[in-house]
Design a protein around this ligand. Structure first.
Ligand code: CP
Length: 335
């Protein structure tokens, strides 16, 4: 493995091996495996879990890390090609990113979508450009349209809970005060399809995932024995569900238009997961969410604090699976 950018870069068997390594490192820690190695972490956007879990995973393997939060105690970094840099950013990523890569053995990058141009966000133009500037392994800590660390942790969470491969997995749009990026829903639907599950994307009209995202997931489902479909019929989607994965995202019908997005979601306050959502679901149906979550907007207290919620295990598994990723990328084989 050269980089960790997208689960789609790996065959299913390699993902399963990575998950086995993650489990092995939990039961048989290797506190010196990455001694002397340095992980750089470059954030263009805020984080709680990704920042803390990457540093914790690196420390547990004996390595160290440094964190750059662009524009917070460091120069603001410009990403646009050809920009006339007479505004706030004092340094371009074309200089800054290679500089950081001199100082570390692997670099994690978080750079969310612009939220303005859907095609540019789907193309991952800015993120891919930065990856091309680094001559060390790169870890995607959430890009415009992907969050593979979260997806891998969620896959492990379902394995830990013995959720069957052909279980019914419902990715449901839920409410939020504003438009959020497509990275997590895109990564999640692909992960569940690649795991071989029966995946349903439940969303109101105007919030369909882009055709390119659905096509990628459909291909993964076809290759791995799963299925994929989408609907706006909540009762039908939730009937028999084994997993409800709640996630907020912006209106794709009004991408980049905050006013139209707000209008589209104004009548959707009932898209907040409540106990009643599970009345026809499987008895032990789980509630997943990547966090952070807006309580009583996206998911009600009664669900987050109830027996179905596995959000803490998902968050814990971020550290567990990222340790495996770092081990794969940075450890020196002993034979
Ligand atoms: N789920 C996730 O990536 O959390 P953070 O944004 O806090 O890192």
């Amino acid at each position: 493995m050269k980089n960790f950018i997208d689960l789609a870069d790996m065959p299913r068997e390699q993902v399963v091996e990575l998950l086995s390594l993650a489990e092995r490192l939990v039961h048989k820690p290797e506190p010196q495996a990455l001694a002397g190695k340095i992980l750089g972490l470059l954030f263009f956007n805020p984080s709680l879990r990704t920042l803390a879990s990457m540093q914790a995973a690196m420390a547990r393997l004996g390595g160290t890390s440094f964190v750059i939060s662009a524009g917070q105690g460091t120069w603001q970094l410009e990403m646009r090609r050809g920009a006339v840099m007479n505004g706030a950013p004092a340094e371009h990523v074309r200089e800054g990113v290679p500089v950081l890569s001199h100082y570390c053995d692997a670099l994690g990058i978080r750079a969310f979508a612009s939220g303005v141009d859907l095609q540019a966000d789907l193309a991952e133009s800015s993120f891919n450009e930065m990856v091309g500037l680094v001559n060390k392994p790169v870890i995607n800590m959430e890009s415009a349209i992907n969050h593979p660390c979260q997806a891998l942790a969620d896959w492990k969470t379902m394995d830990d809970l013995a959720v069957p491969r052909r279980a019914k997995f419902v990715l449901s749009w839920v409410n939020h005060p504003r438009a959020l990026p497509l990275a997590v829903p895109a990564a999640t639907v692909h992960m569940a399809a690649m795991r071989g599950m029966d995946v349903v994307v439940l969303r109101p009209e105007g919030f369909a995932l882009p055709p390119a995202v659905m096509k990628k997931a459909a291909d993964a489902a076809a290759a791995n024995g799963g299925t994929l479909r989408e609907t706006s019929d909540r009762d039908e989607a939730l009937s028999g569900a084994h997993v409800v994965y709640a996630k907020e995202w912006g209106s794709t019908a009004h991408y980049g238009n905050a006013e139209a997005d707000a209008k589209a979601r104004s009548g959707l306050a009932d898209w907040c997961v409540r106990d009643t959502w599970f009345s026809r679901a499987a008895v032990d149906c789980k509630l997943m969410h990547c966090l952070p979550v807006r309580r009583n907007v996206a998911v009600a207290d009664e669900v987050l604090d109830g027996r179905r919620s596995v959000v803490q295990r998902e968050a814990y598994n971020r550290m567990v699976v990222q340790a495996a990723v770092l081990h794969q990328l940075l450890s020196t084989p002993t034979h």
